[in-house]
Ligand binder design. Structure first.
Ligand SMILES: *Cc1c(COP(=O)(O)O)cnc(C)c1O
Length: 406
């Protein structure tokens, strides 16, 4: 569970195209990635989550409850907003999928509502979650409050110092925040600690993963809960675009949940799928295959094969791993993964704000930044139609930008 075990480099997958973003293969495999690398005591717990999710996902009553919460609580469907000014400047047609308009201001609500309903169905009374900057912690605390569950959030001590406001938010929502003092006292250590704690509390606690990471069934299940982004966008694009489908679909990638949910709506089309990572946290570009936090994927590692820390101006992209399905989509070349720098990101945030009046999250600005750089090149020729997922709103990032004199 701690550390990374190096494995042989991945070989090209033989998975048939029909398996793209459908169910993973036996054991939760996406090609060579995924799986369930957990201690004996968590194998049964993960199997129970998988079994319950399978039942729930084919149960019309569960789906109706989730749909209703999405509508009356989270504010779905979110808008698809054309960006006319940016489009004219870039020679593209840019459409924005507005996850920033949801309750709590990001796509994370889609995932936590699904998982909290599942915990409820399993008769669990406590949600366990890890958090880095606190965004998933706040979302989990929100869903727990709504459904009458307790929430215990594990957060690195250093992150708690850096993100005081989100610690306070979680407390206001009734969650307990547990400081993690091991390792570098950041997100990767919190991920280890929450799984360790779950071992001891499986009877009354449910582990609520924050992205398409963790042991099977989490990467698959979280993608299914985020699929709503891509499915809504697909229908909205059909109404907005003469060709019905955009030529490019772009989303930022931390763990990869907003990108996975977005891509799921377009994987069966000709659209090019582009995931944008932070240059300082690019597991797809700079990572090596390894096992971390219960799954095999690409992971940032140091020379000794230990999990390295990611560094990004966007707190939500500071994760050293990446969802196993992204590693697979990269292997089979169905999606491509690129990086942008912190400076490009700040410039992109400002550009979107000034052209369209939308202050997006620093994470989301990664997707914008790649489009700004690639527009008019062979990667993104003039006349392209581009769907960009705006994963969250930027209010949370204003204090840091202000303090940094950006
Ligand atoms: C957490 C977060 C991300 C990164 O998470 P993914 O799982 O990669 O989607 C991106 N954007 C926002 C606004 C976030 O809060």
């Amino acid at each position: 569970m701690t550390g990374v075990h190096l494995t042989a480099p991945s070989v090209a997958s033989t998975a048939p195209p029909t398996s793209r973003m459908a169910e993973p293969a036996t054991g939760g495999r996406f090609g060579d990635h995924g799986g369930r690398f957990v201690p004996e005591s968590l194998v049964a717990a993960c199997a129970e989550v998988e079994r319950t999710f399978r039942e729930a996902w084919s149960d019309a009553t569960f789906r109706q409850r989730l749909d209703r919460l999405r509508t009356v609580y989270a504010g779905r469907p979110t808008a698809l907003t054309p960006a006319p000014n940016l489009s004219a400047e870039l020679g593209l047609t840019v459409l924005l999928k507005r996850e920033d308009l949801t309750h709590t201001g990001s796509h994370k609500i889609n995932n936590v509502l699904g998982q909290a309903l599942l915990a409820h169905r399993m008769g669990r009374t406590r949600l366990l979650a890890e958090t880095g900057a606190g965004q998933h912690g706040v979302a989990a605390a929100t869903a727990a409050a709504l459904l009458g569950l307790d929430a215990t959030v594990f957060m690195g001590e250093r992150d708690m110092e850096r993100q005081e406001l989100n610690v306070f938010r979680m407390t206001m929502l009734g969650a307990q925040v547990i400081p993690v003092r091991s390792g570098s006292r950041t997100l990767k250590d919190a991920c280890n600690e929450v799984l360790r704690h779950w071992v001891a509390t499986v009877d009354d606690a449910y582990y609520c993963a924050g992205s398409v990471m963790g042991p099977h069934p989490y990467p698959w299940m979280v993608r299914e809960f985020q699929r709503v982004i891509g499915e809504e966008a697909r229908a909205q694009c059909a109404a907005e675009l003469p060709a019905a489908v955009p030529t490019h679909v772009v989303a930022c990638v931390g763990g990869g949940s907003n990108a996975a949910g977005t891509f799921a709506g377009f994987v069966d089309t000709d659209a090019q799928l582009v995931g944008v990572e932070a240059a300082g946290g690019a597991a797809m570009t700079d990572g090596a295959v390894g096992v971390v936090h219960g799954y095999r994927s690409r992971v940032l590692q140091d020379a000794d094969g230990q999990v390295a820390e990611a560094h990004s101006i966007a707190p939500g992209l500071d994760y050293p791993g990446v969802g196993p399905e992204h590693a697979h989509l990269g292997d089979i070349r169905r999606a491509r993964y690129v990086t942008v720098t912190d400076d490009e990101v700040v410039a992109a945030l400002r550009r979107l704000a000034r052209t369209e009046g939308i202050l997006c999250a620093l994470e989301s600005a990664h997707a914008i930044a790649w489009v700004l750089r690639a527009a008019g090149t062979a990667e993104l020729p003039s006349g392209s139609t581009v769907l960009i997922t705006v994963s969250g709103r930027g209010d949370k990032d204003m204090p840091a930008l202000m303090a940094a004199g950006r």
